[in-house]
Ligand binder design. Structure first.
Ligand SMILES: [Zn+2]
Ligand SMILES: [Zn+2]
Length: 130
């Protein structure tokens, strides 16, 4: 029993390392099943919850796809959602500084402390296969 738990958890962590982008429960389930056939939605949920509580994963609330999970502790980045395959990618680089009042025309007296940016479009692999 103990061993099976460990395998499930390791398989889920491996899925995140392999993909290197935010994943939905369903994506984790599909990819994780290749390593651990017995994986089901309940065990995926439980492991994602545990990994999030331990700070290994973090939840992202996406505008269109609900909650996704990504590996925590990464450098600030933005997200890109492909409208064709619904994959969400991490995008590096940021032109905004949070403390600057000019960020999106903040009114006088406002101070921004953080921001999240979601881009929408078509990813490279979808464009190539179109
Ligand atoms: Zn795509
Ligand atoms: Zn940014």
């Amino acid at each position: 029993m103990m061993r099976r738990k460990t395998n499930q958890r390791a398989a889920i962590q491996e899925v995140f390392r392999d993909n290197d982008r935010p994943l939905s429960v369903e994506e984790v389930l599909q990819a994780g099943r290749k390593a651990v056939e017995t994986l089901n939605q309940a065990t995926v949920y439980r492991n994602l919850k545990m990994l999030t509580e331990e700070g290994w994963l973090k939840k992202i609330n996406t505008p269109e796809l609900g909650v996704l999970y990504e590996v925590a502790g990464k450098k600030h980045h933005h997200h890109f959602q492909c409208r064709s395959c619904d994959r969400v990618y991490e995008v590096e680089g940021c032109a905004f500084a949070d403390d600057r009042r000019s960020l999106c025309g903040l009114p006088p007296g406002f101070v921004a402390e953080s921001h999240e940016i979601f881009l929408f479009g078509i990813c490279a692999s979808c464009r190539l296969s179109a």
